[in-house]
Design a protein around this ligand. Sequence first.
Ligand code: ADP
Ligand code: MG
Length: 375
Amino acid sequence: MNFSNLSFGATIGIIGGGQLGKMMAQSAQQMGYKVIVLDPDTECPCQYVAHQLINANYNDEDALNRLGQLSDVITYEFENISAPQLKELVAKYNIPQGYQAIELLQDRLSEKQTLKECGTQIVPFLSVTSSDELIEASEVLGYPFIVKTRFGGYDGKGQILVKDASYLAEVEQLITHQECVAEQFLNLEKEVSLTVTIGNDNQITYFPLQENEHRDQILFKTVVPARSDKEQEARKEVQKIIKQIHFVGTFTVEFFIDKQNHLFVNEIAPRPHNSGHYSIEACNYSQFDTHILAITGQKLPDDIELLQPAVMMNLLGKDLDLLETEFAHQPTWHVHIYGKTERKAARKMGHITVLTTDLAATEQQMLNHFEGSNN
Ligand code: ADP
Ligand code: MG
């Protein structure tokens, strides 16, 4: 069966119903597709906008097959799906994103090894699974270094910054439960990311380079265009990666820039990414639009046009009260609320994008309003 070029009326199945699934669904519906989402949470953000919710765990084989049978194409919104299970599904159903990216990228160690094989510049790293390897890491990398779990980490979860030997006991505890990687800690000048979409004819569409600030290892702010001369170099790094990893759809590469202005690839997200959310209002196509175009086999726009510079800030649980006190009187701010029922201080509950002609002034204005939340 030829699945390419699905026209409107076709059904898109999404594994994962968080905010990324929800925003994918909104783009899909604008283009006339139906959406079925699979998620264990009956109150997940995507269920508000999907035609149907399959309420099941991500590894529920029957439910995944039901999704496959009901959908013309399947996509996923996060990388922690079981790779072997996805591989089986890819053999049976139309899943243009494939399983290779998930297989390589859900394990930080194989991700880093793959990036090394691609010839990209990455931060020195070592596998750490025992006390001996931990000591070796401290000797090879020197203090400070950072230890990250190989599997399941996001928003800085499962990471320990090892400032000196007094932190080793904490890491010992972690590695008795989980395999880890250790990497050199960089004195960062800046973080940037590049979101791209690959069409199923291998066409590459680039979004503008994004400048990111993290607080407590969670993305706090994205400014576009990035104030950096690294856009072309970042594109070259992405091209090296695409040569090695088969993928269709939207993905993002996160980069570090150190004080010597060297660019390092940090990690890859094989899906739309938080740092690309600004594209909904600031670009002629959003990262979700191009993702849906790619997985339905349609032609991608050659270039993404940044209609106006933008600042995006995340709304975490601790910021939500500011909606009424600080943000209500900002009619030009684009406020997105994901609709998560459980509010936690560090959980991403929404985001705000502001289009501007003066990035520095807008950043300052937004910061002033966020200050009430003790950021
Ligand atoms: P996650 O999967 O949680 O996003 P990352 O590896 O991207 O994990 O780390 C989250 C953030 O922590 C980064 O965006 C950066 O701000 C900081 N960080 C991680 N690794 C390093 C490092 N080696 N040097 C300096 N900062 C780092
Ligand atoms: Mg990251």
